[in-house]
Design a protein around this ligand. Structure first.
Ligand code: C5P
Length: 239
C-alpha cells in the first residue's frame, strides 16, 4: 500500500514491525500495542518522520495487518515523505529484506525496530550523519550495566565475561544502501540485526552513542518504563 510520494531527504527508513511480540504476553501484534493511547508503531514513525533528512519510510507489517497499519499511519507522516506499508516475512531478517525491495534511490538506509518506539529523532540524525561522513555501516550502542556470565544447561556458572569491551546494540542502524542490499543478498543464516550481516561481508561497522529512550519494548515491564519516559518532563520538556 503506497501513500504520499515525496522527494525530500537522502535517507530512507525501513521499519520491521511484523513480529508477534510473544514475550509481551497475549494480545495484538507488538507494533500495534498501545503506549499512552497510541500504537508503538505510530510513536516510532512519528519520530522517524521528524528527522529532516528522512524522505521515505517503508514499514513491514504482519501480512494480515497491511491494510490496518496503512490506515493507522494516515496523517502521521508529512506529505513530503513517501510512506509504504508492505507485508513482512517470517523472521525479522525476512521482513527487512522485503522492505528493502521497496526502497528508492536514496543513498542512506536506516533500519529501525518498531519495538524501539521512543528512539528520538536526534538518534536517527546521529546515525545518518556518520553514514554521510563515510562509514558504510553504523550502529548506536550503550554500555552494558549488568555483569554477564556464561551459564550451562544445569544452571552452573562457567565464567564471567569482561564487560568493558561489550556494548548493547540499538536501532536505528544505518547503512549505505548498496552495502545493505549486498549484505541481505549474501545472507545465508539468520541474524538478529542488520549490522551482523554487514560484518559477515567484512564491512567495517562504526559505533555512535545510543540513547536510553531507544530501549526495546519486549517484556511487560518495558511498557511501564516507556510510559514513564513519555510522561517524564526532562530539561527539554519532552520524553
Ligand atoms: O522479535 P524481536 O523483538 O527481535 O523483533 C524486532 C523487530 O523486528 C520488531 O519491531 C518486530 O516487529 C520485527 N519483526 C518483523 N518480522 C518478524 C519478526 C520481527 O518485522 N517476522
Amino acid at each position: 500500500v503506497t501513500a504520499q510520494r515525496g522527494v525530500r531527504g537522502d535517507v530512507a527508513v525501513l521499519v520491521p514491525a511484523a513480529g508477534q511480540g510473544v514475550r509481551l504476553g497475549p494480545g495484538h501484534p507488538k507494533a500495534l500495542r498501545c503506549l499512552s493511547g497510541e500504537p508503538l508503531l505510530v510513536h516510532a514513525i512519528r519520530r522517524a518522520a521528524a528527522v529532516p533528512s528522512v524522505g521515505q519510510i517503508v514499514v513491514a507489517a504482519a501480512p494480515g495487518a497491511v491494510k490496518l497499519v496503512s490506515e493507522l499511519l494516515v496523517g502521521v507522516v508529512p506529505a513530503d515523505i513517501s510512506i509504504e506499508v508492505i507485508a513482512g516475512g517470517s523472521s525479522r531478517q525476512a521482513s527487512v529484506a522485503s522492505a528493502l525491495t521497496a526502497v528508492g534511490p536514496r543513498p542512506i538506509v536506516l533500519v529501525h525496530d518498531a519495538a524501539r518506539a521512543l528512539a528520538p529523532p536526534e538518534l536517527f540524525e546521529r546515525v545518518a550523519a556518520a553514514v554521510r561522513e563515510g562509514h558504510p555501516a553504523v550502529i548506536p550502542v550503550v554500555p552494558i550495566v549488568d555483569t554477564i556470565k556464561y551459564v550451562d544447561s544445569a544452571g552452573m556458572v562457567g565464567g564471567t565475561v569482561d564487560r568493558t569491551a561489550l556494548r548493547a546494540v540499538q536501532t536505528p542502524q544505518g547503512f549505505r544502501r548498496d552495502v545493505l542490499v549486498a549484505a541481505h543478498g549474501c545472507a545465508v543464516d539468520e541474524h538478529t540485526d542488520d549490522a551482523g550481516l554487514a560484518e559477515k561481508l567484512g564491512v567495517p561497522v562504526f559505533t555512535v552513542p545510543g540513547d536510553d529512550r531507544a530501549l526495546k519494548i519486549t517484556r511487560p515491564v518495558d511498557l511501564v518504563v516507556a510510559e514513564a519516559l513519555l510522561t517524564r518532563r526532562g530539561p527539554s520538556g519532552r520524553a
